[in-house]
Design a protein around this ligand. Structure first.
Ligand code: FES
Length: 142
């Protein structure tokens, strides 16, 4: 059996921006606390939409800390549009370097979410703009 992992062009319904992902929260929503993230850590988190129905009711994302900087990406591989990872303990990453999809192991650059190796090379994760309040609260930036 051969698994077809070829990259396919996006369909019109595929999100091209984090805010188009189902259950995407509004700007200003709290994503986490800076103090809870170790330097060089990647953390999978989710926000459940209390008004959602159906099998998928949450917005899942990744927070990556490098020094004083935090990057946020939707937990969605650019290859097949499936989650990069299902659980925190399965999250594959090289601190400050890259994160790796659990399905076909595409590599994404930590700093900007660009796929640098794999079936979606040249495509990117959906980045979520963040701001950090003086008390360390990480929010979706406007
Ligand atoms: S789904 Fe194929 S590399 Fe992520």
């Amino acid at each position: 059996m051969t698994l077809n992992t070829a990259s396919t062009p996006p369909t019109p319904n595929e999100p091209r921006h984090w805010s188009e992902v189902p259950h995407a929260p509004a700007p200003g929503t709290v994503l986490g606390q800076f103090g809870a993230l170790a330097d060089g850590s990647a953390t999978m988190l989710e926000i459940t939409n209390p008004n959602a129905t159906g099998p998928a009711t949450a917005f899942r994302y990744l927070l990556l800390r490098s020094g004083h900087e935090v990057k946020a990406y939707v937990n969605r591989c650019a290859h097949f549009g499936v989650p990069l990872v299902a659980r925190q303990d399965l999250l594959l990453y090289q601190p400050h370097g890259r994160i790796t999809c659990n399905v076909h192991y595409a590599h994404y650059r930590w700093s900007d979410g660009l796929c640098t190796a794999g079936d979606c090379e040249g495509e990117s994760l959906l980045a979520i703009p963040v701001s950090i309040d003086a008390d360390g609260t990480i929010r979706i930036a406007p």
